[in-house]
Design a protein around this ligand. Structure first.
Ligand SMILES: Cc1cc2nc3c(=O)[nH]c(=O)nc-3n(C[C@H](O)[C@H](O)[C@H](O)COP(=O)(O)OP(=O)(O)OC[C@H]3O[C@@H](n4cnc5c(N)ncnc54)[C@H](O)[C@@H]3O)c2cc1C
Length: 393
């Protein structure tokens, strides 16, 4: 986007990309479907979805809104659709269509693509006069935009080079940490649940007595803890889980209130009257959960259903609505959807994306210290800041 806009204004523009093909990360966005933006058409509502330095993006969002993203990709021949939570996807459900749209747009604007790695910025009198590649090639220039992304999923090419380049010319980089990242939990039953996916659960994250997040949707258990859409979203609201007292409470039966769940348990136990408790839960729970819920319930596995007391039943109902995990950490930044932290936004002009320290240096996208919730907001940040940066070069 930055390159296309700069070229569209008549600048001779080179896009230097270290991977053999551009936009590898975009290819894996939205599970290969690319949630390209969010149909949120009010700037303040967009900013509300950016927990870190949202106000910095006011001018960028105002200059290039989600409806501009939709119009651009549709003009490139890629129709879009809006799904739950205003998430915008290509009708084809293929991220490659969005990648082709952007690459094609940039080419038509006159951008020249070059495969190579930016290794160094050369300064003369405080301004950038050349980018030196890892192969030692010297590319002279009047302006440079650093759009190297974050640190996550390094196989896509985003390995944090931009942070080092920015620091080499005097910028500060705020601490880098993962956001939208799977969570590590230390409960004994986690390895037993590995691979279990839960479609309709309600979750609640607390830090001590304070609720930090609640949501409804899909999650899954992994060998180390939990992942999936509601978990990634929750992680953006958590800070330093290693130091916090974070608990994740899972309501396995969100559609039933306490009374309805108790009636349901009574019915199950009546139906399985003479069966052992452990053999009575298959209508209620996925198979993997049964060997976990039974010991947690405190009811003997071999106890006959007809002898389960009211107190035991109520305790089981409570457990099904409050399966609680002790969260001990985030997975590493390489596994995160976005990197939190980055080039200090106090050193970048929010109206132009121009460095306040180096006059002809610009930044756009995840390399900046901005990060948003899931829903298409992170790509929209990249497009909006890229647009503003390209327009101002
Ligand atoms: C699994 C996953 C799913 C995601 N899904 C979504 C989604 O559905 N919707 C959404 O909004 N966001 C999503 N995101 C986040 C989104 O992909 C990023 O926030 C966004 O791609 C950032 O764009 P960017 O242009 O700043 O950086 P990137 O997309 O990371 O692009 C940076 C580019 O710079 C290149 N590069 C790096 N260093 C150098 C160098 N030294 N020289 C030359 N080139 C270099 C890289 O190869 C790369 O091509 C997802 C992220 C992940 C990891």
């Amino acid at each position: 986007m930055a390159a296309a806009e700069a070229a569209g204004r008549g600048n001779e523009t080179l896009l230097l990309e270290k991977m053999p093909r551009p936009a590898r990360k975009m290819m894996i966005t939205g599970k290969g479907r690319c949630n390209v933006t969010n149909a949120t058409f009010d700037v303040n509502d967009l900013i509300a979805n950016v927990p870190t330095n949202g106000r910095f993006l006011y001018s960028a969002f105002s200059a290039f809104m989600p409806y501009d993203t939709i119009a651009l990709v549709e003009a490139c021949g890629v129709p879009t659709k809006i799904e739950r939570g205003n998430r915008v996807f290509p009708v084809s459900d293929k991220a490659v269509d969005i990648v082709d749209a952007f690459v094609g747009y940039a080419r038509r604007c006159g951008v020249r693509f070059l495969h190579g790695t930016a290794a160094e910025l050369e300064l003369t009198d405080g301004a950038v006069t050349a980018v030196v590649t890892a192969d030692g090639e010297r590319l002279e220039c009047d302006a440079v935009a650093i759009c190297t992304g974050g640190l996550s999923y390094p196989l896509t090419g985003s390995t944090g080079d931009g942070y080092r380049l920015a620091e080499s010319v005097g910028h500060t980089v705020t601490p880098l940490r993962p956001s939208l990242v799977p969570l590590v939990a230390d409960n004994w039953f986690i390895p037993k649940l590995q691979g279990l996916s839960l479609k309709n659960v309600a979750i609640r994250v607390t830090d001590g007595d304070r609720e930090v997040y609640s949501d409804f949707g899909e999650m899954l258990f992994t060998h180390y803890g939990v992942s999936g859409p509601v978990i990634l979203s929750a992680s953006a609201h958590m800070k330093n889980p290693e130091q916090g007292q974070y608990r994740l409470c899972i309501d396995l039966k969100p559609a039933l209130d306490d009374k309805a769940l108790d009636l349901r348990l009574q019915r199950e136990f009546r139906e399985h009257n003479n069966k052992d408790f452990i053999n009575s839960l298959s209508n209620l729970l996925p198979n993997k959960l049964i060997p976990v819920i039974v010991p947690l319930s405190g009811i003997e596995p071999s106890q006959k259903c007809h002898s389960i007391t009211r107190e035991e039943r109520l305790r089981l109902a409570h457990l099904l609505k409050h399966l609680t995990l002790h969260i001990t950490g985030f997975r590493p930044v390489e596994e995160a959807v976005v990197t939190s932290g980055g080039v200090n936004v106090k050193e970048v002009n929010p109206k132009t994306m121009q460095s306040k320290l180096v006059p002809n240096l610009y930044f756009a996208g995840e390399v900046l210290d901005v990060d948003a919730y899931t829903g298409g907001f992170n790509l929209q940040i990249a497009f909006s800041t890229g647009y503003l940066c390209g327009q101002n070069i």
